[in-house]
Design a protein around this ligand. Structure first.
Ligand code: NAG
Length: 145
């Protein structure tokens, strides 16, 4: 139940953009989203042991930390309830929550990368490959919370 409530709030806040401070962040990731996602990011940081520095590096296009980044992003997507039973992205949720101007590009990129990296046993590895693929195609819409 808690998860449903927080996801709904998350979806609403995704649409209501607030002014940004961090220039590297895409406009559709508002401060409100960052705050709202905090319990999830904190939880995934502690289960994966990823550091803020490692996350920051990914946001500047440095993917050298590999597996731990994959585990962190997989954890986050899972906690946000964005993955189906095959570990693929529930595009209908993305579709519903993103502003029109970014939607097409983001969904297309996700689907392309997901197809390029089909589901496999090592969820961290796959998630990492998808993140990296995404960054390579659309760095301007990439952001790791
Ligand atoms: C994270 O660190 C803790 C404490 O050092 C350790 O027990 C745990 O196994 C680590 N988790 C992972 C996924 O490496």
């Amino acid at each position: 139940m808690d998860r449903l409530v927080s996801l709904t709030t998350f979806l609403i806040l995704l649409i209501v953009n607030t002014p940004l401070i961090d220039a590297d962040r895409p406009v559709f990731i508002s401060n409100a989203i960052v705050q709202l996602a905090k319990p999830l990011t904190e939880s995934c940081k502690s289960t994966t042991n990823v550091t803020d520095e490692q996350i920051r590096k990914v946001n500047t296009g440095n993917f050298e930390d590999g597996k731990i980044i994959g585990c962190y992003s997989h954890c986050l997507w899972q906690k946000m309830d964005l993955l189906d039973e095959n570990d693929n992205i529930k595009t209908e949720i993305i579709e519903a929550l993103l502003p029109d101007e970014f939607k097409g590009n983001i969904i297309q990129t996700l689907l392309t990368c997901q197809k390029r990296h089909p589901p496999k046993d090592d969820k961290c590895d796959r998630s990492f490959s998808i993140q990296k693929c995404y960054y390579e195609i659309s760095p301007q819409t990439f952001y790791m919370l």
